[in-house]
Design a protein around this ligand. Structure first.
Ligand SMILES: [Zn+2]
Ligand SMILES: [Zn+2]
Length: 298
């Protein structure tokens, strides 16, 4: 997997050299997501209602030292990547960060909260938000790996059954062209009807249009909804895209996003469901056995 991440990122930065700084950050996230150690923090899945993703209202405990190590590695890759806005993130690495608060905001895609944290730290709020939204990705991909068999076959919502994010694209898979929606954050997948808008649920075919930007292409299209003006990219594949490569495939099909925007359609960003998770500090082994290590000897 490591080599396929590297190859895919290299191919993309050859096609879009101006994206190289951001791809450095994406590569750091995708490599981190392959670390099975993240699975230690996956809670029991709890689906309270038929329409709740498995992570909704989950109680998550993260070892703060572990989380801080990851946040610093990620921020280091961002401030060194070569753009002036990302370079402002350098002080984050030496700041005292509230790791549970940061993880919670990243998991729930609370962009305003992340921007407020950035302003308190004195760094560029937009650069910080873009990078900090990726903090939760290795944890989310660990959840998807552990919960693959739990995600319901009957899931009928437009957002991800694991993390509640909107889909990155749809796959028309195999010779039977079964339609699956794919999540770029957790790597999840869920079946969906061919004529169905994931955002507003529209299934009247007179309101759904398929735009094919390349003359004669039968493998790539934009499925758009006239009611909510949302769209989903549709890619024909033989097999499922590996979870670690969904973010890369999403970037690689940017020409479809541009064509959809030219047609007046928009893509919903962020989350389709308010996760409302609680993230707390799990005491690591050192803190458990030596709770007085910060100075107050009992
Ligand atoms: Zn997801
Ligand atoms: Zn719609």
């Amino acid at each position: 997997m490591m080599s396929s991440i590297e190859t895919s990122v290299q191919n993309l930065s050859r096609d879009y050299p101006e994206w190289k700084p951001w791809l450095t950050v994406v590569e750091a996230v995708l490599k981190e997501a392959t670390d099975p150690e993240w699975e230690r923090f996956v809670p029991e899945p709890a689906r309270e209602q038929e329409k709740s993703p498995l992570l909704a209202r989950a109680e998550i405990s993260i070892e703060v030292d572990w989380g801080r190590g990851w946040v610093k590695r990620l921020m280091r890759s961002a401030y060194k990547c070569g753009t002036s806005k990302m370079a402002t993130l350098k002080p984050v690495v030496s700041s005292s960060l509230d790791i549970p608060v940061l993880f919670q905001a990243s998991l729930c895609l609370h962009g305003d909260r992340l921007q407020t944290i950035a302003i308190d730290l004195g760094v560029d709020p937009y650069a910080f938000r873009a990078v900090a939204e990726l903090i939760a990705v290795p944890f989310l991909q660990a959840c998807d790996r552990r919960w693959t068999s739990t995600a319901s076959e009957r899931w009928a919502e437009g957002y991800c059954p694991v993390c509640g994010a909107w889909p990155a694209f749809a796959e028309l898979r195999g010779i039977e062209r079964s339609r699956y929606l794919r999540c770029a954050r957790c790597g999840g997948e869920w079946r969906s009807h061919v004529l169905h808008c994931p955002y507003c649920g529209m299934n009247d075919h007179s309101q759904l249009v398929s735009l094919v930007p390349e003359e004669g292409s039968r493998t790539r299209a934009i499925e758009a909804c006239r009611r909510c003006l949302g769209y989903v990219k549709s890619l024909t594949t033989l097999q499922a895209t590996p979870p670690a490569l969904i973010m890369v495939e999403d970037l690689a099909s940017v020409d479809l996003d541009v064509a959809a925007a030219d047609g007046g359609y928009r893509r919903l960003e962020g989350s389709g469901y308010s996760l409302d998770v609680n993230v707390s500090d799990r005491k690591g082994p050192r803190q458990r056995f030596f709770p007085w290590r910060n100075g107050s000897v009992p």
